[in-house]
Design a binder for this molecule. Structure first.
Ligand code: HDE
Length: 755
């Protein structure tokens, strides 16, 4: 198209609008769209992105792991047995060949090569994690901005700005088994291992700041309830069944967490777009200082974004590894995931100043009362090289802290401190901390010995303390030995919870009130979906009664849908309190970004190649990833190009191969291909589905939507407050909806956009 008649839309705003309601001035509208670099392949787009982002640095952990990595370039290139004998044939079991030479006789047990191969295979599996079995991970580093946390703690990892601490992070779902799908509705695990110079420190957190239960002794109950039912092992990867809702209905302390999981937080767009929370209350301290209670927070710089539920359901089938691939794709393209690290701190002297118990893990510390303090940031810049070794064998412990960081009497944390170490022993054996991904980067010196799979060799005759040779003496606190803050403890033994642990609904209501109208609709739809999957009326009726303690209207809407108990009066007054920090909309980055977002460009024979190249270059400059999708993977012929082998443009995928659900936006370039697109049912479905999922549709995709897809009853109106156009269906669209000559490429935002 001639440049003169074409004004480029602010693509950053348009694509980010899928998740961010933004009216900031455009920052990435190019002054002059041509000439732009001509990019013909995905790899050139990738290179452009890579060059735009600085490269990663190797950490001390990277160096440590190198000693276990088999370097195929340096090792001899031949096959051996595990005992190092060269193997001449790995395809045929040693057997008796019948004298006729035509048929084979029995296989011989004597074949130690075959036996070794098959025996090792027989024992390849280890027990999967009892929860959080499905997950993935990446390596990176953590840095603090300055020494501002030194008023609370002596831990150098939190106070020394000249340090780069290597990290490994494992993200996970909770309910499903190791092979379950990524985009199920669930809590996400967010476990961080810091390899500090003082030893490993693990924050074993989630993407939700509260938990289902207050006391660790209830953990086996809540997990048995949510996991597949014992008689038939159904369902997989979801909480939509009688047992979970039965438990939740009878254990009202779970109400707050249930609100979070049923909100959009339960279906994140990406692990890279989730908040992380330590959940439990830990402590910070230093010599001669006060004790501080602390909660840990991770805030993603890309903002907090979710999938639509319908999208999530479809992706479960279309690409069950969606989140796993998304993490690796971003790292591969140099769009390194990044989080700000923040703390909330309460001095011990103020422990009882709140109307909730600060040691109760079913409660948040509202940010209005206890503001977040930004301490540092974490970047993930390396994908694992071998999944089993580096991710499956990774193991975390809440009890792993370093000097200056300690525990509180949070009863959930106390139980966790016992459970993690214990479970690693059954999963990996007592020497699990010698495994490459788990071992610290600082020296490990002690008198622990033996056990299965011991690797380290300790010469010498002393494996106890005290010993006459003074081998491995304890380290005085003044020289870095770990110490616990001296706290006075007195009381009587009793099985009971504190008085403030008895209140269960105030913060569930605060959370519900704080959601925007779209987030509320999504939550209502999610609970209605789940309760509809419960076929025992006792279960769904009981849960609608619980909901009436959170909000009257919420309970009514769900009860009507699922056949529950429709309340006549509120179970509890709604005080109308809100917190702006609870809607995920709050975490939208100040400057909207489409970095690492996936954009489909739909083409058929006759498309405008110049436009495709230009738009890809523009999107690449904003660090987005583009994928050209055509009727077949292979050559598609642009306008004016003869349909001859070798003359066409190679597209990345075909319409059936990569559905609209796998992308954040859909772009249709102009050109004669529109006729072919309009006659293709899959393409029409593609655009309609993208519209229904609030994906950003831009350029010719918008008139396509109006003229070909036919959405009866959908009206478009200019938004009086911006240059956007809002559709009555309430979804984000943008592009040349008006006459092309008017160059009215606009951002259309409606209330149906994702939170
Ligand atoms: Fe866990 N949890 N948990 N959990 N948890 C495990 O440890 C447990 C809880 C969390 O990527 C297990 O290594 C108890 C809260 C994550 O490897 C196990 C209680 C939070 C992961 C265990 C809780 C978590 C686990 C199973 C209640 C958020 C995956 C495998 C008192 C702050 C770590 C394993 C990874 C894993 C016990 C509650 C997060 C059995 C007893 C609250 C992210 O030890």
């Amino acid at each position: 198209r001639p440049a003169a008649s074409f004004e480029w839309p602010c693509i950053v705003h348009m694509v980010a609008a899928k998740a961010v309601y933004c009216r900031l001035p455009c920052t990435l509208r190019p002054r002059s769209p041509f000439p732009l670099p001509v990019l013909t392949t995905m790899s050139s787009v990738t290179d452009a992105i890579k060059s735009a982002i600085s490269g990663s640095t190797g950490t001390a952990k990277d160096a440590d792991l190198k000693r276990d990595v088999v370097d195929v370039n340096e090792s001899p290139n031949y096959l051996t047995t595990d005992n190092g004998v060269k193997v001449s044939d790995t395809d045929n079991w040693l057997r008796v060949v019948n004298p006729d030479g035509k048929s084979v006789g029995p296989s011989l047990l004597e074949d130690q090569l075959a036996r070794e191969k098959i025996t090792h295979f027989d024992h390849e599996r280890i027990p999967e994690r009892v929860v959080h079995a499905r997950g993935t991970g990446a390596f990176g580093y953590f840095k603090v901005y300055d020494d501002r946390a030194s008023k609370y703690t002596s831990a150098p990892v939190l106070t020394d700005p000249f340090r780069t601490t290597p990290v490994f992070v494992r993200f996970s779902t909770v309910q499903g088994s190791r092979g379950s799908a990524d985009t199920v509705r669930d809590v996400r695990g967010f476990a961080v291992k810091f390899y500090t110079d003082e030893g490993n420190w693990d924050i074993v957190g989630n993407d939700i700041p509260v938990f289902f239960i207050q006391d660790a002794v209830k953990f086996p109950d809540v997990i048995h309830a949510v996991k597949p039912e014992p008689n038939n092992e159904v369902p997989q990867g979801q909480s939509a069944h009688n047992n979970f809702w039965d438990f939740a209905g009878l254990q009202p302390e779970s109400a707050h967490m249930v609100m979070w999981v049923m909100s959009d937080r339960g279906v994140p767009r990406s692990y890279r777009m989730m908040q992380g929370f330590g959940v439990n209350t830990f402590t910070l301290y230093k010599p001669d200082g006060e004790l501080y209670f602390v909660k840990f927070h991770w805030i993603p710089t890309l903002g907090v974004h979710s999938l639509m539920w319908d999208e999530a359901l479809k992706i479960n089938g279309q690409d069950p590894d969606f989140h796993r691939k998304d993490l690796y794709e971003a790292i591969e393209n140099g769009a390194y995931p990044k989080w700000k690290f923040c703390v909330q701190v309460i001095p011990q002297s103020r422990e009882h100043d709140f109307d909730f118990d600060i040691l109760d893990a079913t409660k948040i510390w509202p940010q209005e009362l206890v503001p977040l303090e930004e301490i540092g940031e974490m970047v993930l810049d390396r994908a694992p090289q071998e999944f089993f070794n580096e991710v499956e064998q990774s193991a975390f412990c809440t009890s792993h802290v370093v000097p200056g960081i300690g525990f509180s009497d949070d009863p959930l944390l106390q139980g966790r401190n016992f459970s993690y170490f214990d479970t690693q022993i059954s999963r990996l054996g007592v020497n699990w901390e010698e495994l490459p991904v788990n071992r610290p980067v600082c020296p490990v010196m002690n008198h622990q010995r033996d056990g299965k799979m011991r690797h380290r060799i300790h010469p010498g005759s002393t494996n106890y303390w005290p010993n006459r040779k003074e081998v491995f003496p304890p380290v005085p606190v003044s020289e870095g030995g770990y110490w616990s803050y001296p706290m006075k403890v007195e009381g009587i033994k009793a099985r009971m919870r504190g008085p403030k642990f008895q209140e269960h609904f105030a913060q569930a209501q605060l959370f519900f009130n704080s959601l925007n109208p779209v987030e509320k609709q999504h939550l209502i739809a999610a609970i209605s979906f789940e309760l509809d999957h419960c076929d025992d009326p006792v279960v769904y009726k009981q849960y609608t009664k619980i909901l009436n303690n959170v909000d009257f209207d919420l309970a009514k809407q769900v009860a009507i849908k699922v056949g529950g108990v429709v309340p006549e009066l509120p179970g509890r007054d709604n005080d109308g309190k809100k917190s702006k920090y609870l809607s995920q909309q709050y975490y939208a980055p100040k400057i909207p970004t489409i970095e690492s977002r996936r954009i489909a460009i739909l083409v058929a024979d006759g498309f405008d190649l110049g436009e495709v190249q230009a738009v890809r270059a523009l999107l690449a400059s904003a660090k987005a990833l583009t994928f050209v999708i055509g009727p077949r993977r292979g050559e598609v012929f642009p306008a004016g190009v003869p349909h001859e082998k070798g003359k066409g443009f190679f597209v990345d995928h075909h319409y059936e191969g990569q559905r609209s659900t796998l992308f954040d936006a859909v772009y249709i370039p102009s050109g004669k291909h529109a006729v072919e697109l309009a006659s293709n049912g899959r393409v029409i479905h593609y655009v309609r589905e993208a519209f229904g999922h609030s994906d950003c549709l831009f350029d010719a995709a918008v008139p396509f939507l109006r003229d070909v897809v036919h959405l009866p009853g959908v009206q478009f109106q200019p938004d009086p407050n911006s240059d956007a156009v809002v559709s009555s269906y309430g979804v984000v669209t943008s592009g040349s909806y008006g006459p092309r000559s008017a160059a009215t490429d606009v951002l259309k935002i409606g209330p149906g956009k994702k939170g």
